[in-house]
Design a protein. Structure first.
Length: 198
């Protein structure tokens, strides 16, 4: 979703994914788990936040509500389909910017964002491309900025904590806090908080 090719063929969305996103992600997670996740980030509300792989705006909805009125949210997504869906859902908010494209090829200001959030998207990117993605995101962070990541930890569809730590370390980010937990649907999730020190 966040790093696949960007043309009409790859932007077609499987019907099952559309239903899952509409019924589970937007109707349930937007009301329950996403606000809890955003609250756990401890944002003051004045931050400039970049959400990588924002999809149809499910997490964005909770993020933007926590950033009113002084903060701002930039949603990066490779799929025009999902960006348009997010625009429609969040049209009442004026502090959101939508960026469509591959993060490794986009011109995004360096040292600009206070917070970068990667939420359940990095595991869908080819393993060889992950270092370039995380490097591009780290460059967007201001010095002392924070990168939050949460990813599923299933071996067949997820990322182990050791890989997350290695990716962050290899891009120069310093670990603040990491771990794994079991979610409300009994799936293991790895998470981390990393700081840019350069």
């Amino acid at each position: 979703m966040a790093h696949e090719g960007n043309n009409m063929e790859t932007d077609r969305q499987p019907f099952a994914r559309i239903i899952e996103e509409e019924l589970i992600d937007y109707r349930i997670r937007t009301r329950f788990s996403h606000p809890v996740f955003v609250k756990s980030l401890g944002l003051s509300g004045t931050e400039r936040v970049l959400e990588f792989g924002s999809g149809g705006g499910c997490l964005s909805s909770a993020l933007v509500r926590s950033l009113i009125p002084e903060g701002s949210l930039s949603c990066v997504e490779i799929s025009p389909y999902w960006v348009e869906k997010a625009r429609r859902r969040l049209k009442s908010f004026t502090n959101i910017k939508y960026l469509i494209g591959d993060i490794t090829r986009m011109t995004i200001p360096k040292n600009h964002f206070d917070v970068v959030i990667i939420h359940f998207v990095l595991h869908d990117i080819e393993p060889a491309a992950r270092i370039d993605v995380v490097s591009a995101l780290a460059k967007c962070l201001r010095p002392e900025g924070i990168l939050f990541i949460s990813e599923p930890a299933k071996p067949e569809h997820g990322m182990p904590l050791s890989e997350i730590r290695a990716l962050m370390r290899d891009t120069g980010l310093r670990e603040i806090h990491t771990g794994c937990t079991r979610s409300w649907v009994r799936k293991w999730i790895c998470y981390g908080k990393f700081k840019k020190s350069w």
